[in-house]
Design a protein around this ligand. Structure first.
Ligand SMILES: O=C[C@H](O)[C@H](O)[C@H](O)COP(=O)(O)O
Length: 249
């Protein structure tokens, strides 16, 4: 897809994020439709300005796209550490907590974000929510003991009084979705997640869960693009400052 056909809100967010890229940076490239617009904008800038970057991709799809556009992609371990990762999200709340994994890439995305000095999220206004959870929470699980893991997740949801919601295997047609790491996805249709920290802790404590799509305290800056091409930025530092101010009141 050419950039001229890209959704204007996604394009605005992508352009603002790519403007933060500096020559010589080690960069993490996210996954999904918004991240792929960003990869195209980045490739354009690299070609125009001759920037020298080292890029790690969060999925095979992103690696293929980046390479097809002439960006050099290396393994995360070869690069070692990243200055910045730019990625999309399925939901962003006012604390910059995220739901990710709508494209089944959240495991690699979390590994890459955790190895980055800075995580920048780009999104359109439809992703901004007051409370996470309208978007079904993706959980990557092992194929081994799949049904047992699903049972343990249901128990954990009940214990948190989030029970009685669908915990559905993600399918494409009638086939199971299999992640880049060879695992399966369960989508938790919760409607609302009042305490994401408690849910994240509970899910991480289940052995068959490889990784859940809650990204808590990882995003440093959210850039929300608008249809008119403008952007709104929300930085974690501002939020921390606001919280400290409220605590002091
Ligand atoms: O697994 C996929 C990722 O977490 C994506 O970044 C997320 O689903 C957002 O994707 P999109 O930009 O296509 O809405």
């Amino acid at each position: 897809m050419a950039l001229t056909q890209a959704d204007p809100a996604k394009l605005a967010a992508a352009r603002a994020a790519v403007a933060l890229v500096e020559d010589g940076m080690r960069l993490g490239l996210g996954t999904g439709s918004t991240a792929s617009v960003m990869v195209r904008v980045l490739a354009e800038r690299v070609a125009a300005e001759g920037l020298s970057l080292r890029c790690a991709a969060t999925s095979k799809a992103t690696a293929d796209l980046a390479q097809s556009l002439g960006l050099a992609v290396e393994s995360l371990d070869d690069i070692g550490w990243l200055d910045m990762t730019i990625d999309g999200a399925d939901e962003v709340d006012p604390h910059l907590h995220l739901i990710k994994g709508g494209g089944a890439a959240h495991l690699r995305e979390k590994v890459v974000a955790a190895a980055s000095d800075r995580m920048v999220v780009i999104a359109d206004p439809g992703k901004v929510v007051e409370v996470l959870g309208a978007f079904p929470l993706p959980v990557e699980v092992l194929e081994f003991g799949f049904e047992t893991t699903r049972k343990l997740i249901r128990r954990a949801l009940e214990a948190l009084e989030l029970g009685d919601h669908d915990v559905l295997q993600r399918l494409r047609g009638s086939d199971a979705v299999v992640t880049d790491e060879g695992n399966l996805i369960l989508d938790l249709h919760l409607g609302a997640i009042p305490d994401p920290v408690a849910l994240a802790r509970a899910l991480s404590g289940i052995p068959g869960v490889v990784e859940h799509g809650l990204f808590l305290g990882m995003c440093d800056l959210a850039i929300i693009g608008r249809e008119d091409g403008s952007v709104v930025e929300l930085a974690r530092d501002d939020i921390d400052a606001d919280m400290l101010a409220q605590e002091g009141e």
